[in-house]
Design a protein around this ligand. Structure first.
Ligand code: G3I
Ligand code: 9MR
Length: 609
């Protein structure tokens, strides 16, 4: 750990020194040395192999450059909008240079506007009109050139693979081995074959201390626990990615142990968690345990060294409904693969129905953290949104009108989904299946509600100084703010898919630019991707291993002003309150429900643009 800390410190210092040097160069004009250093730094991006999968680079690039010009550090699609944010005091003109140092485009900066969340006055450089593939830098007199970026048809393809691969790296109960993980291989931890029933979960047939087996699943985040509520939205989002873009995912080879079997890799990944989720249902009554956890968070150790007793804790209404919704979706998707997975679809269907029934009989069972348990809570308040979502999925899968009536009973207007508020996921599924729903479904009203919600998101771009959707309200900067941005994009993509209206897809892309550099701190928030990306995520496997670079493909939680971890932050501003340090679990942790929309959105953009 100490060695690791020193390595990261060294890299950081190298970065600072380089950055100072680059600043010095930049202040005297635009230097070609700056350009070559920055080009070198992009080698942290995993390179494609012959199987088109990312080869992780375990030597992190030093975070160089100063990012004064903020843009998507991976780049842009030829046929899509291309925008950078630049300081307000820049001169009026900007130009684009190719790798040979030739100017290929020039334009005028937009008007000065202030983004309140970072208190920055900025102008936009819009070079959407330039669409030739290649490597470029943006130049403005008086400040250092931008990072080198690409204009490329597949600019987010490797990111999409890596974001999905991150789930593999977070698998519980499996050795992560070298052929798939390179330097990040590790031995298995958390077999979860001797999990105890916690007192809060005791029943007549399973009294306190009963041992059950509940293996597999993904670790939730930087911690090693497994939570049903958060698995709900995460697993659903990956299933939806496949359900909406099956052709894209069928051809993706992500170099995981199951690659090459009859299932697309994304479904193999989902299965690892789905099989665990199935074990979380009490077969005696259909209820679902809220979480599988140690009593306290482990130290900064690898999975195999975190061996405290694990428990399943209390059944809850939210867990039952998240479970029911996911099982309903899984049942319809895995019915396509009956030969490879005989009986799974039916098993999921029965599991969904039993959980739904439990929730109907127990509609208000809140999760209350027992006094001896100190890990994540995921205690959502109010379950109408989960009832509506589960009802929508059961209606689609079973084609039974009574579940549509249930959906209408619980339905609320859509909003950006999160682990605690999932109603929009029901809308998303209903819109996707609109063509094959029975006559009882009032698709016109679902569409009207959804598109009006999407219009509000899309219109955010016009009033944003950064030209992005994220940041319509300061309240969007919550714990996991990057997932707010990504889920906004996922919603906009639904509006695009339903209406064919291109401006929704354009708006979705602005938030991907935000995640990858056009943001308050000018970094790419995804490990291993971009010129400057997080090195010290709050992720136990990344922190406790002997590899300098963090595991790639994880999106950090992102800036938010809560600072609940008590670390020392550089700023209190919502969009700048971010710290690339293990200490910062409230801005620099990673989580499955944040990575899942990264997968969905990056894959969708690859298909759309
Ligand atoms: O709902 C209120 C809202 O009404 C209020 O306006 C707002 C003001 O800050 O707060 C909202 O509550 C926040 C809640 O998330 C819902 O967004 C809390 O402040 C915030 O502290 C809470 O953060 C959660 C965090 O756990 C602490 O409980 C995150 O959403 C959640 O993603 C995170 O999840 C953890 C797990 O517990 C453990 N595993 C790691 C994982 C990621 O950090
Ligand atoms: O590591 C924990 C992280 O996964 C959680 O999201 C976070 C909030 O619940 O808590 C982290 O654990 C911290 C604990 O809450 C307080 N002591 C320090 C722990 C991290 O080092």
């Amino acid at each position: 750990m100490v060695v690791k800390f020193l390595r990261v410190l060294c890299l950081y210092l190298v970065g600072v020194v380089l950055s100072m040097l680059l600043n010095a160069c930049g202040s005297g004009g635009n230097s070609r040395d700056t350009a070559s250093s920055e080009t070198g730094a992009t080698s942290s991006t995993p390179a494609p192999t012959s199987t088109n999968t990312p080869t992780p680079s375990s030597t992190p690039a030093a975070n160089i450059g100063n990012g004064l010009i903020k843009l998507n550090q991976l780049g842009f699609y030829p046929n899509a909008n291309k925008v950078a944010v630049v300081p307000a005091n820049a001169t009026n003109n900007f130009a684009l240079f190719n790798e040979n140092g030739e100017q290929v485009f020039q334009g005028q900066l937009g008007t000065v506007n202030t983004w309140p969340h970072s208190d920055e006055s900025v102008r936009l450089a819009d070079f959407s009109g330039f669409n030739t593939a290649g490597n470029y830098r943006l130049r403005i007199d008086g400040i250092p050139d931008s990072d080198t970026f690409k204009i490329d048809d597949n600019v987010h393809r490797l990111l999409n693979s890596a974001a999905l691969k991150a789930f593999y790296y977070n698998r519980a109960g499996m050795a992560i081995s070298a052929p798939y993980a390179g330097d990040w291989s590790r031995t298995a931890g958390h077999a979860d074959t001797e999990v105890k029933i916690h007192a809060s979960a005791a029943s007549e047939l399973r009294p306190t201390g009963t041992r059950i087996t509940s293996p597999m699943g993904w670790y939730d985040a930087g911690d090693y626990n497994k939570y049903i509520v958060n698995s709900g939205i995460s697993t659903y989002t990956l299933l939806a990615a496949y359900e909406h873009y099956p052709d894209y995912y069928r051809t993706q080879n992500n170099n995981i142990p199951e690659s090459g079997n009859p299932l697309p890799d994304i479904l193999d990944e989902v299965l690892w968690n789905l099989r665990w989720m199935l074990t979380m249902q009490d077969p005696n009554d259909g209820g679902v345990y809220h979480k599988l956890t140690t009593l306290r968070f482990s130290g900064q150790v690898l999975p195999q060294d975190a061996d405290a007793q694990r428990y399943v804790v209390q059944k809850s209404t939210a867990a039952a409904l998240n479970f029911a919704a996911v099982m309903a979706v899984a049942s319809r998707i895995f019915s396509e693969f009956e030969t490879h997975l005989p009986g799974l679809s039916e098993q999921c269907r029965t599991a969904a129905l039993n959980a739904w029934q439990w929730a109907k009989n127990n509609p208000e069972v809140a999760y209350r953290q027992p006094s001896d348990v100190f890990t994540g809570e995921y205690a959502s308040a109010g379950y109408r949104d989960e009832f509506a979502w589960a009802a929508a999925e059961l209606y689609i899968t079973l084609n039974d009108d009574s579940y549509y009536q249930q959906f209408t009973q619980y339905r609320a207007e859509p909003s950006v989904p999160s682990w605690g508020y999932t109603v929009a996921l029901g809308y998303m599924s209903l819109l996707h299946h609109a063509q094959r729903l029975s006559g009882v479904a009032d698709i016109a009203s679902i569409r009207t509600s959804f598109l009006s919600f999407a219009d509000d998101l899309r219109n955010g771009v016009n009033s944003s100084a950064f030209g992005i959707v994220m940041g319509r309200e300061a309240s969007e900067f919550v714990w996991g703010s990057n997932a707010v941005a990504l889920n906004q994009s996922m919603m906009l993509i639904q509006a695009f898919r339903d209406s064919g209206e291109r401006s929704y897809a354009d708006a979705a892309l602005t938030n991907m630019d935000y995640i990858l550099g056009r943001n308050g701190v000018g970094i790419s928030f995804v490990t291993g991707f971009g010129t400057r990306s997080p090195l010290a995520i709050h992720h136990r496997p990344s922190a406790a291993d002997s590899v300098a670079a963090p595991i790639p493909g994880f999106v950090a939680g992102g800036p938010q002003p809560g600072q609940q971890d008590g670390c020392s932050y550089p700023s209190a501003l919502p969009a700048k309150s971010y710290l690339d340090d293990w200490c910062s679990y409230s801005t620099n942790e990673i989580a499955i429900n944040w990575n899942a929309p990264l997968v969905y959105v990056s894959g969708a953009l690859e298909v759309i643009f």
